[in-house]
Ligand binder design. Structure first.
Ligand code: MF3
Ligand code: CO
Length: 264
């Protein structure tokens, strides 16, 4: 199977799902303070998704995932499970990953939040993760090869002496949470699918302050860095347009435009 090109009516639904995903991330920010538990954060997001937005969490029950969002703190790379014994504390860096379904179509995005005063390294890691995503989005337009995304992310991240996690990648998204193809965050020239208008996929680099290796914890979900170094991730769902891409999960406080014209 290859890339699905979305129809106009599907694109309309994906814009809606993307916007709703972004709104969850905007809504939760003010709650992310020391001493809130990750279970409470999960519950606030769940209630907002279900009761205010009349949507569904795509994570809840996905291959048995027990909660509505993923919360990944410090050395947790991804898929952290919210739990009532785990409190946010000053200095933490926290990834909130939100995936929703509205009118049968998915939205998927994540971002980092710094709790109180964080270290210079933490801030730099988060900034490099976000900038690596932004740089890749500024390349996307019809005619470019998929591996260009991974190439620019890897070059930028490694140029900053951080490493790119290889085990998890971006993905096509639409009626299904995960569709073809895999969007790698490192260079692989075999990844030579040519982007076309109407494709929708996520880009979601995970980067580590230490080496790239990761380990899965006994709960079967939580992924940590093997060397216990810090990890950061940003994710957007994007639509390839005629001259660039639209960030379907764009949030109000971002330093990149929602609609990118990529004419280089
Ligand atoms: N949101 C993640 C992604 O980008 C997947 C989370 S799957 C879950 O693909 F089950 F852990 F929620
Ligand atoms: Co994703």
């Amino acid at each position: 199977m290859s890339f699905i090109i979305k129809t106009e009516s599907e694109i309309k639904k994906m814009r809606k799902s993307g916007k709703l995903t972004a709104e969850v991330l905007e809504m939760i920010e003010k709650y992310l303070q020391p001493n809130i538990s990750t279970e409470e954060i999960n519950q606030i997001c769940h209630d907002y998704i279900v009761y205010e937005k009349k949507a569904i969490s795509a994570c809840l029950g996905y291959h048995g995932f027990p909660k509505s969002i993923c919360i990944s703190i410090n050395d947790v790379v991804c898929h952290g499970i919210p739990n009532k014994g785990q409190m946010l504390k000053e200095g933490d860096i926290v990834n909130i990953d939100v995936s929703i379904i509205k009118n049968n179509y998915h939205g998927d995005a994540s971002k980092m939040f710094c709790i109180g005063k964080t270290s210079i390294l933490s801030k730099r890691l988060c900034a490099v993760a976000q900038e690596s995503l932004y740089r890749s989005l500024k390349l996307i337009k019809p005619g470019i090869k998929l591996y260009k995304i991974g190439e620019i992310i890897q070059n930028y991240v490694e140029g900053n002496n951080f490493s790119v996690v290889k085990e998890y990648c971006g993905h096509g998204i639409g009626r299904n949470f995960h569709e073809e193809p895999h969007v790698l965050h490192y260079k692989n020239k075999e990844n030579n699918i040519i982007l076309k208008k109407g494709m929708i996929f996520t880009v979601e680099p995970m980067i580590n302050a230490g080496n790239a290796q990761v380990r899965c914890m006994k709960d079967g979900w939580t992924i940590k860095t093997k060397d216990r170094s810090l990890s950061a991730q940003y994710e957007h769902t994007i639509l390839v347009t005629e001259y660039g891409c639209d960030i379907l999960t764009w949030q109000k406080n971002e330093t990149i435009s929602e609609k990118l014209i990529n004419n280089n």
